[in-house]
Design a protein around this ligand. Structure first.
Ligand code: ATP
Ligand code: MG
Length: 419
């Protein structure tokens, strides 16, 4: 127990971290290009926020949350997703009073008590973003375009963009009734979860993973056929916008985000390359969420994209991730005088912003050079007693297979020139 990470969690080790940093840096860059700024919200929130913000009929709230009481008896939950905390901040900080829209992105760990498997963890990570303060479908198109551009830049070629409209509370009420009428004769055949969903949230049944339920809903009425004029027009605008940008999509009338405050646009980026956990990114519009959480009636739209699933997809696509730069300089020494001089040179290199290391494990010279080649450093400075007496050090360039003598007080300048 003591030396096992908790089930469903993973160390991200130093030899893998460059992949994470690459993904995060590129996401930051794209978001900045689209005019988004980063927001960092706490790792935990009042449980109530997620009951409202995610919705108490969802799997997340019903069985996946990490909830505990703190020492003062408050109910606290580790964030299972990124949108609710950002909405909470938007309301609390009165960001809605600033010039709109508000465009914010985040990179966060999320916590959900799920059955761990490939692409499904209990602690996982998301990049995500939100636009608040505009009902214009241009915003929905922007959000989808970022997801598309980002996945494309990450070298993920086989994902499909699926889009749908989940309507608004007005047209959805009509649809909900039609769907229940259709499902009622099959009620007894539904899985237990879906029996429960029948009254509370029948649209979620469309999303059920059980093959029996999938067969039942195959001919179910579709939300798209029940959209009111406003929602239908909005959906056309999203499609027109994606066409204008040359972004391909499939209309998938079965995508449901399932919550009352999701409205109009719903979308997913899906791959069949990484097995059952094929949805790498999910998002949509939520025109009633800010109000639901206690703010003014301000619309929003956003997405969340799982980093672990993205990395699996990148691997499956053979995407190339640039390897991190190795340390530039290794300082090797023989003897105590050389060691002191080595420390001095090493520190001066660091002050000159040049990456450099020296041996910390009392290796002999041969061992030090072997270690340097393992690190992949291009330059090695070799310091010995008789060199010190002559006021010089040896400078080896491993790439050019060259070695020359450099005066002690010129070595840092020389490496500055070369590095
Ligand atoms: P799924 O249907 O696979 O459970 P979801 O609908 O619960 O996904 P969202 O809440 O939309 O997922 O989260 C957005 C993204 O976060 C997902 O598309 C996925 O990439 C990632 N994600 C969600 N849950 C997990 C998890 N347990 N482990 C790893 N990544 C996850
Ligand atoms: Mg889930």
């Amino acid at each position: 127990m003591l030396t096992n990470a908790p089930k469903g969690t993973k160390d991200i080790l130093p030899d893998q971290i460059y992949k994470w940093q690459y993904v995060e840096e590129r996401f930051r860059k794209i978001c900045r290009n689209y005019g988004f700024r980063e927001i960092r919200t706490p790792m935990f929130e009042h449980t109530e926020l997620f009951l409202r913000g995610v919705g108490d009929t969802t799997d997340i709230v019903q069985k996946e949350m990490y909830t505990f009481e703190d020492h003062a008896g408050r109910s606290i939950t580790l964030k299972p997703e990124g949108t609710s905390p950002v909405v909470r901040s938007f309301v609390e900080q009165k960001t809605f009073a600033d010039v709109q829209p508000t465009k914010e992105y985040y990179i966060i760990p999320c916590f959900r008590y799920e059955k761990p498997q490939s692409g499904r963890l209990r602690e996982f990570h998301q990049v995500g973003l939100e636009i608040f303060g505009t009902p214009d479908m241009l915003a929905d198109c922007d959000v989808i375009a970022i997801g598309h551009d980002f996945l494309d830049e990450m070298g993920v070629k086989d994902v499909e963009l699926h889009i749908n409209s989940v309507g608004c509370p007005q047209c959805r009420a009509r649809y909900r009734k039609a769907l229940q009428d259709f499902l009622r004769p099959h009620y007894d055949e539904l899985c237990d979860t879906c029996k429960d969903r029948f009254e509370r949230n029948p649209m979620r049944i469309l999303d059920c993973k059980s093959p029996e339920d999938q067969a039942i809903v195959a001919d179910a009425p579709l939300m798209l056929d029940y959209l009111c004029d406003d929602c239908r027009k909005a959906f056309e605008e999203v499609k027109d916008g994606l066409d204008a940008m040359g972004i391909e999509y499939k209309v998938d009338p079965k995508i449901v985000r399932g919550l009352d405050y999701y409205t109009k646009t719903a979308f997913e980026f899906v791959s069949n390359k990484i097995g059952a956990q094929g949805t790498v990114c999910g998002g949509g519009r939520y025109d009633n969420l800010v109000e639901e959480i206690g703010g003014p009636a301000v619309p929003g739209v956003g997405f969340g994209l799982g980093i672990e699933r993205l990395l699996l997809l990148m691997e499956a696509n053979g995407a190339e991730i640039p390897l991190p730069e190795p340390t530039k300089v290794f300082v090797a020494f023989m003897g105590d005088r050389a060691k002191s001089l080595g420390q001095k040179i090493l520190h001066e290199l660091h002050l000159a912003d040049i990456s450099a290391q020296m041996d910390l494990n009392a290796r002999n010279l041969k061992g030090q050079l072997k270690y340097a080649s393992r690190l992949g450093t291009r330059y090695t400075v070799v310091i010995g007693d008789d060199e010190i007496d002559r006021g010089v050090v040896q400078l080896k360039d491993m790439d050019a297979h060259e070695q020359n003598e450099v005066a002690i007080d010129e070595i840092v300048e020389e490496l500055k020139k070369r590095a």
